[in-house]
Structure formats: structure tokens, C-alpha cells
Design a protein around this ligand. Structure first.
Ligand code: FAD
Length: 422
């Protein structure tokens, strides 16, 4: 990963504009590009992905003034290019409270962002290749009872009866009837638009190059020379957030991952659930227009900080897709792509208050599965800022867990857990 270089935390401010502050400008929401205008707000947010934009929306609903700064277009990074899986099934138990709250928020999507985002509760079917995989799905169902997922275990015969279009060799599966999928290209930018409509000052093409606390508040500087002052700072800069945390003396082992995706030409409808695989490897869904969106494997990071599909992985993904989904044989793939996603060694986000700097909150490292929980993370951040607490248990996501391991604490067993980006 090669994040943009910058100075954070104790860094001296630089490039301070001499232009007057915009704090007295009239306050309707603004979404604007490349401004070099100083401003002041209750909360500054670095990153306008689904996390930052939903935090801005919920903060505006609490009446706080908010400035969102994004180095590009809001929702153009991981939040806008992901597979579109909106699932609870398969998440680690510590994520289920957050995921359950997100499930409620997704049901209110048109009220929140003004569009349905092609969100459908199609069901999420997690497939087992072997009897051992099926047992793992059964164990997960037993462990997560009480989270209202209503998981239904299907043996091989039942799977073949219900889903005749699947590879007949599968050992079974687990269906979560109310999980589903949505269009990330519509949903994530819509969160930023909704935040702006609610009164947030959303600034695109504004790369943050330094941030520190000057004793009175945060001072955030952008590459274009704007200086933003705020009482609170939220770091949700995705795969680039680790650098900001490090600047506040909180180094974390964030890396980036680049899940490989492809989409077919429109095909006659056949796949009426979103598919995943126990142990990972491939996932697939079909949209109303007939295109099948399929993920599996990894792309590669380029020196410019963007990621691209890697040629050697394409044949593997094509072969896996044709084996799992016989109706795809002979279909045309019209596009491959990937994205840049922040990932943590335990595949859990960093979420909560900074351990070094009062008023700073982190939310990053969503490890390939943050689209579904993104809106709930935004709501939690708004509660942490406005109330100083949240009712959603987030202790497992404290940034201190990495400080502790740096001082010799035993690594957690779940660091070797299955990892899938859907
Ligand atoms: C290909 C792919 C498939 C995925 N599939 C799924 C899925 O099916 N289901 C699921 O739940 N999750 C999935 N994910 C994960 C999910 O997309 C992410 O976890 C989630 O979108 C992260 O949201 P975010 O807002 O934290 O980060 P991002 O969307 O990456 O947003 C971070 C923002 O910060 C901005 N930024 C960074 N540095 C700076 C700076 N210095 N100054 C200003 N702005 C800055 C960036 O421009 C970016 O817009 C997938 C991810 C990828 C890449």
C-alpha cells in the first residue's frame, strides 16, 4: 500500500490559507470541489466513504456542524466499487450487534438517503463444499442463535432441489433469508449527498495532508491550502487511515487488500440469492437487469496507489464461476475491477475513541466487509461524538488492542479466521 504522505498528530500545520474563515457563511448543505476556504465546524471528518458520509448524516441529524473532506469523490473508493453484499451471515460474533443495527438501517434506506439503492433482501446462501464445511455452518448457526438471522441449514439433496442451477457436487448450505445485496455505486455516493442535503459541508478533491490538536481543537490542512478547525476529528480514511492514526501516536498494522471482481453481460434470471462459500474463494449475485456480479481472488496494487485486476487471477476466477454456476458457461464477462480496502490482521475494524487524543475517533480497517455495517458505524460515531457513548458494544474494536500486542500480549485466536470480501 502506498498511501499519500502527510503529517498528522504532532505535525506543524503548513500551507495555511490567508483567506477568511467561512464559518459565518449561511449554513445550507454544500457539496463542492477543490475549495481553498478555511472553515470551522463541530466535527471534521476525513474520508467520504460510506462510513464518513453516514457519520456526517447522523451528526447533522443531531444538530452538529460537520465538514467532510475527501481526496477524491465521495464513495469512489472501496464503498463504491465493492461487490454489494449486504449480509450478516458469516460475521464474527463480536460484529453481530453492529451488523444487527445496520440491518435495521438498511431497511430504512429510502428514508435515509432518498433512493432504494437497488437493495434487495434476496437471502444469502453460504455454500459448503464438504461435510466438514457443512458442520462449520451448523456450528455457526448454533453459536449465533439469538441474533435473529433465522439461519436454515440445507443438506445436499435440499440444495439441489431448491437451487438446480448450482454445482450439484456441493455438500449443502446455510440460508439467511433476510440478508441480501445492493448497488454500491448508487448507495455510497447517496449517503454523501444526503449528508450535504442535511447541512453538512462536503468537500471533494480535498486531500488532507496534516492534522493535529493545537490545545484548543483540531487543525486539519488540505493540499489545496484550506485550514479546517474542529472540536472533534473522525478518521475514516479507509485504507489510508492507518497513517493518520500513526500521526497521533497510534500505529496500527493496517494493510490494504484488493478483492477481484467481474460482471457478466445481462443473462436470463436464474440466481435469486446472493452466494458465498464457507472458507471463501468465490461469491456471486445477479441483479435485476440480469448481470451477474462475481468476486473471488485478488487484484494488485499499483505504484500510483490504485489497484488493478491481476491477469494471472482472471482464469482462476472464470473457472471457479463456471464450475459453481453452470448457467454462466459461455457467458461474456464485460468488466473486471478491484478496489483498495483497509484490512486489519484480525479482520475486525478499528472503531472508537483514540487512546492518545481526546476528541479524535477512528473508524477504519473494515477488512473487506464494511459495506453492510458502514451505516451503523456512522451512527455509532455520531453517538460517540454527541453523547460520549454508544449502546452498541464496540469494545472488541478498540485501537488499544494493537498497542497491547506491540507490548507482547498473546495474539488472538481469531486472527486466522476465514476472510471473504462480500
Ligand atoms: C472490491 C471490494 C469488494 C467488497 N465487497 C464487500 C461486500 O460485498 N460487502 C461488504 O460489506 N463489504 C465489502 N467490501 C468492503 C467495503 O467496501 C468497505 O469495508 C467499506 O466500503 C469501507 O468504507 P470506508 O468509508 O471505511 O472506506 P472508503 O470507501 O475507502 O472511504 C475512505 C475515503 O477516505 C478518503 N481519503 C483517504 N485518505 C484521505 C486523505 N488524506 N484526505 C481526504 N480523504 C481521504 C478516500 O478518498 C475515500 O473516499 C468490499 C471492498 C472491496 C474493495
Amino acid at each position: 500500500m502506498s498511501p499519500a504522505s502527510g503529517d498528522y498528530g504532532s505535525a506543524q500545520p503548513f500551507g495555511v490559507s490567508t483567506e477568511p474563515s467561512s464559518r459565518d457563511e449561511p449554513g445550507p448543505g454544500r457539496r463542492r470541489q477543490g475549495l481553498r476556504v478555511n472553515a470551522e465546524a463541530d466535527v471534521a471528518i476525513v474520508g467520504g466513504g460510506i462510513v464518513g458520509a453516514s457519520a456526517a448524516l447522523f451528526l447533522r441529524r443531531r444538530g452538529l456542524s460537520v465538514i467532510v473532506l475527501d481526496k477524491g469523490a465521495c464513495g469512489a473508493c472501496a464503498s463504491g466499487v465493492n461487490y454489494g453484499g449486504v449480509r450478516r451471515q458469516g460475521r464474527a460474533p463480536e460484529q453481530l450487534p453492529l451488523s444487527a443495527r445496520a440491518h435495521e438501517l438498511w431497511a430504512q434506506l429510502p428514508d435515509l438517503i432518498g433512493i432504494d439503492g437497488e437493495y434487495v433482501r434476496s437471502g444469502h446462501l453460504k455454500l459448503a463444499r464438504t461435510p466438514e464445511d457443512l458442520q462449520a455452518l451448523e456450528d455457526y448457526r448454533a453459536r449465533t442463535e439469538g441474533w435473529d438471522m433465522d439461519l436454515r441449514i440445507l443438506d445436499g439433496a435440499e440444495l439441489r432441489r431448491r437451487y438446480a442451477w448450482l454445482d450439484p457436487q456441493l455438500a449443502g448450505g446455510s440460508l439467511c433469508p433476510e440478508d441480501g445485496h445492493a448497488n454500491p455505486r448508487l448507495v455510497s455516493p447517496a449517503f454523501a449527498r444526503a449528508a450535504a442535503d442535511a447541512g453538512a459541508d462536503v468537500r471533494e478533491q480535498q486531500r488532507v495532508v496534516s492534522a493535529h490538536h493545537d490545545g484548543r481543537g483540531f487543525v486539519v490542512c488540505t493540499q489545496s491550502g484550506a485550514e479546517i478547525r474542529a472540536h472533534f476529528l473522525i478518521n475514516c480514511a479507509g485504507a489510508w487511515a492507518g497513517e493518520i492514526a500513526a500521526g497521533f501516536d497510534e500505529p496500527v498494522p493496517e494493510t490494504s487488500i484488493h478483492p477481484l471482481m467481474m460482471v457478466t453481460e445481462p443473462l436470463p434470471p436464474f440466481m435469486d440469492v446472493s452466494l458465498g462459500m464457507q472458507g471463501g474463494g468465490i461469491y456471486a449475485r445477479q441483479v435485476a437487469r440480469g448481470n451477474c456480479v462475481i468476486g473471488g481472488g485478488r487484484g494488485a496494487l499499483q505504484s500510483d496507489g490504485y489497484a488493478r485486476p491481476s491477469r494471472q487471477e482472471l482464469p482462476t476466477l472464470l473457472a471457479k464461476a463456471a464450475a459453481l454456476l453452470p448457467p454462466l458457461r459461455g457467458a461474456q464477462v464485460i468488466r473486471f475491477w478491484t478496489g483498495v480496502e483497509g484490512s486489519m490482521p484480525d479482520h475486525n475494524p478499528v472503531l472508537g475513541a483514540s487512546s492518545t487524543t481526546p476528541g479524535l475517533f477512528h473508524a477504519f480497517g473494515l477488512s473487506g466487509a464494511g459495506f453492510q455495517i458502514g451505516p451503523a458505524i456512522g451512527e455509532v460515531l455520531s453517538q460517540l461524538v454527541a453523547d460520549g457513548k454508544t449502546s452498541v458494544p464496540i469494545d472488541a474494536f478498540r485501537i488499544e488492542r494493537y498497542a497491547a500486542s506491540a507490548h507482547g500480549a498473546a495474539p488472538r485466536a481469531w486472527s486466522s479466521r476465514e476472510h471473504t470480501s462480500e
